[in-house]
Design a protein around this ligand. Structure first.
Ligand code: AR6
Length: 332
């Protein structure tokens, strides 16, 4: 999965590069900066001294010393002064500069903390949106696995309004699923009152059974991968645009492309439905090809349904919401 949100201590991430939320002196500090310098050892501070500082909104790279990664990218986020002092542009520029440094150093995996959201006071929900949007846009153009490392749950907040809106949608969907069950129970009990044993189906002789089954197997419906490739063509998308928008890595996509009977996981199948911007009924048809359905008994399903019915097909935003509700993320 090219973009993954995880809850972890960034110094434990075994990726090519981790990003530090530094200050413009690059000589260490508190928060994630302090954790990284402590875990990397004094060699990191020596390397930073040689860099001569760094401008706000920019980033510089060093080796990683005792850390399990290869590089540390020191990005200097903006302090929050209320939002009207170019904070957003500077924060975006931090992510973009760090990502392009990672690219030029051949990194295929990078982990970011939520830059500026601690000591620098950037509101967490807004800092998170900048991170998700900027990293998301980069991944639509480049092959890389990017982790957004969220230290603790309180550090992670999707906007309260979105959270409340999804929570309400889940409640309503549960309520209607429950009402359906009740009606069904009533219907079932009325059926059982008039229940009469069904006459047994006449048994088919073994030979004709085999022939009929053989014929049915030859008339298999379009498979998941066939439908996926057809939809990509119909939408006039390239394969790469589709798997990137689906947060799916290239290797998995090639597997799906070359195996018409490929059985994806549900998050993978849904990721493609989102990338293709399928409406709900077509999403259900694509899922069905992989043996899945959307159910109102599952929070995961309701959240996906919420975004599709709102016409919001931004997989990174959907994942942000899934993460906030402790659900598996889309993509693979
Ligand atoms: N792993 C991942 N995330 C962490 C970790 C960790 N080990 N520790 C903290 N965070 P901050 P800033 C989260 O304050 O706002 C320093 O003194 C934390 O919960 O580290 O950019 C520098 O030297 C928060 O969400 O960075 C600068 O002077 C996020 O990392 C200044 O702070 C960023 O919080 C930079 O401030």
């Amino acid at each position: 999965m090219p973009f993954i949100i995880v809850r972890n201590d960034i110094t434990k991430m075994a990726v090519d590069a981790i990003v530090n939320a530094a200050n413009s002196s690059l000589l260490g500090g508190g928060g994630v900066d302090g954790c990284i310098h402590r875990a990397a050892g004094s060699g990191l501070l020596e390397a930073c001294r040689a860099l001569g500082g760094c401008a706000v909104g920019s980033a510089k790279i060093t080796g990683a010393y005792d850390l399990p990664c290869k590089y540390v990218i020191h990005a200097v986020g903006p302090r929050w002064y209320g939002g009207k002092h170019g904070e957003k542009g500077l924060l975006e520029s931090c992510y973009r500069t760090a990502l392009s440094l990672a690219m030029t150093h051949g990194c295929t995996s990078v982990a970011f903390p939520l830059i500026s959201s601690g000591a620098y006071g950037y509101p967490k929900a807004e800092a998170l949106k900048v991170a998700v949007d900027t990293i998301g846009a980069f991944l639509l153009e480049h092959e890389m696995t990017v982790y957004l490392v969220v230290f603790d749950r309180s550090a992670y907040q999707i906007s309260e309004r979105l959270f409340a809106d999804i929570a309400e949608y889940i409640d309503d969907a549960y309520a209607s699923a429950h009402a359906d069950t009740q009606t069904r129970r009533l219907e079932d009990s009325s059926v059982s009152r008039v229940f009469a044993p069904r006459s047994p189906e006449p048994a088919l002789p073994a030979a004709s059974f085999d022939a009929e089954l053989g014929q049915k197997l030859r008339q298999l419906d379009e498979s998941f991968s066939q439908m996926l490739l057809r939809k990509i063509d119909e939408k006039g998308m390239t394969d790469a645009a589709c798997y990137k928008k689906a947060n799916i890595d290239r290797k998995l996509f090639s597997k799906i492309r070359s195996d018409i009977h490929y059985r994806p996981s549900k998050p993978t199948a849904l990721a493609f439905a989102v990338a293709l911007e399928l409406p709900l009924d077509e999403t259900r048809s694509l899922l069905e090809k992989a043996g899945f359905t959307l159910s109102h008994s599952s929070r995961f399903d309701i959240i996906i349904e919420y975004f599709i019915t709102k016409g919001n097909y931004n997989i990174f935003e959907i994942n942000e919401a899934l993460f906030a509700f402790d659900q598996s993320l889309l993509g693979a």
